[in-house]
Write a protein that binds this ligand. Structure first.
Ligand code: URA
Length: 198
């Protein structure tokens, strides 16, 4: 086992044994990530829902299907992204995570950043934005532009669940994904996809 595998094992164990907030009481699984362990793109959502809690992986339900469709339509390979959430345990009735729950999960997310070492971060939805920037966004104002923070290029887009409820929003989400794809190619972090001719 190399050093990185050891660090991942320690990290996953510390997430699985975490009891730092009350969300630990209702969970079936601590939902840590899917995708590559080292990846240029990190995609961050809000918190696991029912399917994610049962399966132990983020974005595997209806929202996840839309997210996966967007990722795949730009030919981004599974090893080039890492998907996780601001909170790793499911809030009851899928409510938004509370500030103390987001805070309790931050130390895990910080270690996850160190391990994954992404260059571009895509935040999905206002909770992910708030968890990152500590302020409530007006999504229409902040989405679709890159901001640099702590050496990461960060973009926020709509949450896929919002786009499922408001199908028109799939268009701006697609535009945001295109910007992310283009930036990854520009920085030579991924190969251009032969499927994309833009
Ligand atoms: N919504 C999220 O924000 N994250 C998931 O993992 C699933 C749904």
């Amino acid at each position: 086992m190399d050093d990185l595998d050891r660090r991942w094992e320690e990290f996953e164990n510390s997430c699985r044994s975490c009891k730092d907030c009350d969300l630990c009481n209702g969970r079936n699984n601590v939902v840590i990530y899917r995708g590559g362990r080292k990846a240029p793109l990190m995609i961050i959502g809000e918190a696991p829902g029912e399917s994610e809690d049962l399966e132990g992986k983020p974005f595997v339900g209806r929202s996840g299907k839309l997210l996966q469709h967007l990722i795949k339509s730009f030919g981004i390979r599974d090893e080039d992204y890492h998907i996780c959430n601001i909170c790793k345990c499911r809030p009851p009735q899928n409510r938004r995570p509370l500030p103390n729950e987001i805070k309790a999960c931050k130390k895990h997310l910080a270690e996850q950043f160190r391990l994954v070492d992404p260059k571009i971060i895509l935040l999905c939805g206002s909770t992910a934005y708030e968890g990152f920037f500590n302020e409530k966004p007006l999504m229409g104002d902040v989405r679709g532009v890159f901001t640099v923070k702590n050496g990461y290029e960060i973009m926020v887009t709509y949450h896929p669940a919002y786009a499922l409820r408001n199908p028109k929003m799939k268009i701006p989400m697609m535009e945001d994904f295109e910007k992310v794809y283009k930036r990854l190619v520009e920085l030579k972090l991924i190969e251009p996809s032969p499927a994309i001719n833009r």
